[in-house]
Design a protein around this ligand. Sequence first.
Ligand code: TYD
Length: 203
Amino acid sequence: MNCDYVAFEGIDGSGKSSIIEQLSKILDENKTTNKIVREPGGTKVGEGIRELLLSHDYKVDPLTEALLFCAQRSQLVNELIKPSIQNEIKILSDRSAYSSVAYQGVGRELGYEKIYQLNDIAIGGFWPEKVVLLDIDPLVSLDRQKVADRIGSDKIEFFQNIREGYLRLSEEFSESFLVLDAEKNLEENLMKICNWLGIDKAK
Ligand code: TYD
């Protein structure tokens, strides 16, 4: 694999989890040590914050939400991601700081640039080297969703804006983004990801 830290992004129901699991298996077969991490969460502190963020039991103010995402992310980068990479473990991340730019910056209208900067501080500039964006129409993806958490159960316009936020990110950071049509079959997308990441799928 030609980088150490790759993130998978997309709106709720875009199918990130299945792709990540398959890719991790391929890396295992190739004897490439890898770890799947998820945001929000991935550490004990992060999993506690996840509960605050996603439970239907709390009403969370948008800025509080953005700060909680930053807090769990700071913990994750320092406690898990950086040490793993130092130990030559490849990181496959289910979401990253780019989720916050799209969801909190654009979706919640806190500001694309502002939330980018806030996250840059939280992670000390340690952004994923590569990002796979699973692009999909929210009308399709929300239908696929089994259980919706607090953020995932918002209205359709919210997800349409998030999708636009992601596409803006993919244009601004085109050199590190691979945009895929999440309605295409999984095998086809997996092949494209392997080619892009320099992973030999046939092994
Ligand atoms: P996730 O567990 O990836 O849910 P799903 O698999 O359904 O996509 O993410 C949980 C929710 O948190 C999801 O609605 C997206 C949201 N989220 C943000 O709003 N900002 C963020 O920075 C992150 C990481 C997630």
